[in-house]
Design a protein around this ligand. Structure first.
Ligand code: DAK
Length: 256
């Protein structure tokens, strides 16, 4: 069905695996189009509760495709809808986990950071080496990396091309969990299935509320959170969850 990615459903988890091994999963337009189409299809599928985006053991993704970008002009980049593809990820309502092994560089690192959580293998390397190409990150690297690891380290990474190992990335708050390369993907899917078993509408709104932190001042974020909280009292799942607690039984979520 796709040429540059492989998709499958494991339990209630939609897995999208980047598959351009010869280019270390460099993110060209075709791959990004397929990835966004696949994630949107998972988002619309009630059998899927959470998603995992992954690559290979050697490379999550070594960045945007430098060969595709080399001759670009500003006008072509602005009008070429490449940026729109990246923006589509922000409109996915269900949680998305990046399962990262090997190189996560440039756009690869930005793609992982645009997901909601990162599970890494011990061999993962995170970096924003665009400075070596005479450019800077263009898909969130200067913003999300700084928010994740702080100004001091972000400056080193973006100005001087410093990579973070998986352990460093976890220590500095970029990565949720680190596992041996043999099991990182399985563990990411296990975590995703745990999340997928939770109340679906609450999951969506929880993700939306946390992500609002990066868009709004605190007062507006608190007000937004409260409105989402009130909204959940219109769902069957809220009634079910609280009744299940009171009657000491497991809740049965309907996603309504
Ligand atoms: N693009 C195209 N091809 C790539 C690539 C890339 N980013 N990375 C690797 N490849 C290709 C290599 O050219 C090589 O192909 P052949 O020569 O065999 O045909 C093959 O993958 C294997 O790579 P190497 O031979 O280089 O393998 P090594 O193990 O020696 O080195 C490496 C691995 C990952 C250290 C090295 O390949 C490397 O440094 N790659 C480039 C990393 C990089 O600079 N990434 C940042 C790219 S700039 C935006 C959206 C996104 C972006 C910007 C804006 N908007 C929406 C506005 C993102 C920009 C970037 O990511």
């Amino acid at each position: 069905m796709y040429d540059n990615i492989i998709t499958r459903v494991e339990g209630r988890v939609g897995v999208a695996q980047l598959n351009r091994p010869k280019a270390l999963n460099a993110l060209n337009r075709e791959l990004m189009t397929e990835l966004m189409t696949a994630l949107e299809a998972f988002d619309a599928d009630p059998a899927v509760g959470c998603m995992v985006v992954t690559g290979s053991a050697r490379a999550f993704a070594a960045g945007a495709d430098i060969k595709e970008m080399a001759d670009a002009t500003p006008a072509r980049m602005m009008t070429g809808s490449f940026i729109d593809l990246w923006d589509r990820l922000q409109r996915i309502g269900k949680p998305v986990i990046a399962a990262v092994s090997g190189f996560a560089l440039g756009g690869g690192c930005e793609l992982a950071m645009a997901c909601d959580m990162i599970v890494a293998s011990e061999t993962a390397q995170f970096g924003q080496p665009e400075i070596n190409l005479g450019v800077i990150p263009g898909a969130g690297g200067t913003q999300r990396m700084t928010l994740a690891v702080g100004k001091a380290l972000a400056m080193e990474m973006v100005l001087n091309g410093r990579y973070l190992s998986a352990d460093e990335a976890q220590r500095y708050g970029l990565v949720n969990r680190v596992y041996p390369v043999e099991v990182y993907l399985e563990e990411a899917v296990r975590l995703a299935n745990e999340i997928a078993a939770r109340a679906p509408v609450a999951l969506r709104l929880a993700k939306e509320a946390i992500n609002a932190t990066f868009e709004m001042p605190l007062r507006a974020g608190l007000d937004h959170e409260r409105r989402l909280f009130y909204l959940l009292f219109s769902t069957d799942d809220q009634k079910e969850g609280m009744d299940a607690f009171i009657n000491k039984r497991p809740a049965q979520w309907k996603g309504q």
